[in-house]
Design a protein around this ligand. Sequence first.
Ligand code: ADP
Ligand code: MG
Length: 302
Amino acid sequence: MTRRIAVLNQKGGVGKTTTTVNLAAALANEGHRTLVLDLDPQAHATLHLGLMPGRSGPSLYEVLTQGLPLKEVRRTVADNLDVCGSHIDLAAAEVELIGTVGREVILRDQLAAEDGEPYDFVIMDCPPSLGILTLNALCAAREVFIPLQAHFLALHGLSKLLETIHLVSKRVNRDLRVSGVVLCLYESGTRLGAEVVEDLERFFESRRQASSPWSDAQIFRTRIRRNIRLAECPSFGQSIFQYAPTSRGAADYASLAGEIQGRAPAGFWASSDQPSPAAEPDSDGEVPAVPAHSPRADAPAA
Ligand code: ADP
Ligand code: MG
């Protein structure tokens, strides 16, 4: 059974794309067949995975607006790792789909029509809004991961996000569950980080109703620490595991991949492995192998 995960927060800059790409790469490294769907017109995940939007053929724009099958858009970027890319045109889908009946479930239906290419994980990178692209992700997903940056406005907007998830689960997608919050850009050892975690626990506790999609939501034990290598690798079109495999960023995303396999939603296969705790800080001063050229400049046309 495929785990379909929407990585969602309507705020920008919280770590959605970084988490989508590097979590997908970590899972693929472990042998899980993984598909990334880039639903953000900014196409950051597409670029991060080494593809040039537009130059690598049709994108999710054609899937959503013209009914092109996903397999026509899918590209393999590494062992076990495929991506359906985005393009700036996707921004127009919001308007173009206004008169289309069932426009929220196009992606769900396209995924259901996929056969012969079963994935263990489908991970969807969402745009920083709660429009039709995000609704397509929520209708196609079974789980939501919410990346959050631990600063004093972290919880601002969370109620609105949960309300949207609640409506989708009530009206269209009964199976939808918030699996957890991923703390990104985490400053370990700061009081603020610890305070945000406490606030977050209180927030979920106060809203925990048995029937709500977030009744089992957890804060993942793995914190994604602030690590400069994570900020550098997108411009090389590489995941952290290609760019700086010994960095803290790689350790944290490998740890998150381990943890989520031990925390499947009810009804899913559950691994008996205990998730490993967040990796200890390593010496991060090493100079990673920097590619001689940027793949962006001559990204593969396929
Ligand atoms: P979003 O997709 O939510 O807008 P991104 O994943 O693009 O957020 O992250 C925003 C910025 O922060 C990017 O420049 C990214 O490279 C950087 N970034 C994300 N996570 C980390 C981290 N753990 N350490 C350092 N930089 C990070
Ligand atoms: Mg993004």
